[in-house]
Design a protein around this ligand. Sequence first.
Ligand code: NAD
Length: 402
Amino acid sequence: MNTQITICGGGNAAHTLAGLLSSRQDLSVQVYAPFGNEAQLWQEGIQQNNGITVNTPTSKIQGRPSAICRGPSAAVAGSQLVLLALPAFAHELILKQIAAHISPGAWIGALPARGGFDLCVREVLKERLSEISIFGFQTLPWACRIQEFGKQVTILGAKEQVDLTAWPSGMAPIISARLQELLSMTINPTASFLSLTLADTGQLIHPGIMYGLFHDWNGQPYDKPRLFYQGVDAGIATLLQQMSDEIQLLRATLEGYYPCLDLPAVRPLVDWLKLSYQANIADSSTLQSSFATNSSYSGLLAPMQKTDGGFIPDFQARYLSEDVPYNLLVTRGIAELAGVSTPVIDKVLSWAQKRLEKEYLTSGKMQGADLHNTRSPQRYGFTNLDQFMQEMQYLPSTKNTA
Ligand code: NAD
């Protein structure tokens, strides 16, 4: 019997997944695209192109989803696998829409999960937890861009391997093995969503470099867009190192409190860069040179908008609007529960929240008026570390029960 899969979302990642998975005869792929008029655009595109074409560096793969749906019931009922290929700010909304229609036994996951995905799912789907499994990818496996909406997407680069975690944790090897087979890439099962949240390096790199490049911006347009990764100077490298050190202190503190806890995937930033990009870094002697001489980052620009006078920073871009509420604030919230002080991360967050026109941290605490739009533990009512670790089942000896 064919496996039925639902892909939620209509953007770059959803196009890629829809094309790749629906090219297989043994899968029946449906797309849930409720946003704007995307469902109609997908249907028209697929009709004209006879499916979705995925251009990879070496080949063209053609698939054709069996249905493009605007309604959650038709999209999700009967699916064994539900993939959220969405920016993190859309996860909660889409989960609420599909909650009543998810089939018992389904696996629900996000690519990428970002921080606190499990907190969000366990809150939204709390009535269904005994019937489902949750999983999250550490990153999206591809850099991909739509060429023509509903017709063609291009994979610019694919990661060789990706980490995945699951709840209940015993499902991680099983879900990894199945997705590895479906996506033809190495997928490593990792310990827990706690590890996935703390190990996300985008939460350091993106807000950290935005702060470094623009915290003293005087409001005057720049003549040309600024380089993002290659804009990392000695001062920004020091800031990133300090942010990374604060997360390492949090890791060590948690491992000290809970000797059964082991978080090896939560690596110092410089180690993560070496592991991810070793072949592409010409000079890995310092953190700054690891950014400056990394060919994967070459020429990539900071998010900026063109104005009459030149280019100004785009503070609403995802480097702040996604990485702050759905990544760094989750980690910052865990640090607060653990009593770990994070002065450099707080400096970056205090600046970022002003630029986002939000209030998350006030008087050094996770208690601002916009906390409900984050996935920090405090948003979900956690004020005690032991309770958080136990209820979220982050300790290896904890029996997984719904
Ligand atoms: P995208 O911008 O192409 O996707 C946007 C889609 O999200 C929209 O098309 C819509 O379907 C949905 N959406 C947006 N707002 C919504 C709303 N309010 N309600 C419901 N749906 C809404 O994003 P993407 O490139 O597919 O990326 C998905 C995730 O992967 C993001 O977290 C992104 O940061 C991450 N990522 C992407 C890439 C890449 O190369 N595309 C690389 C690494 C990580």
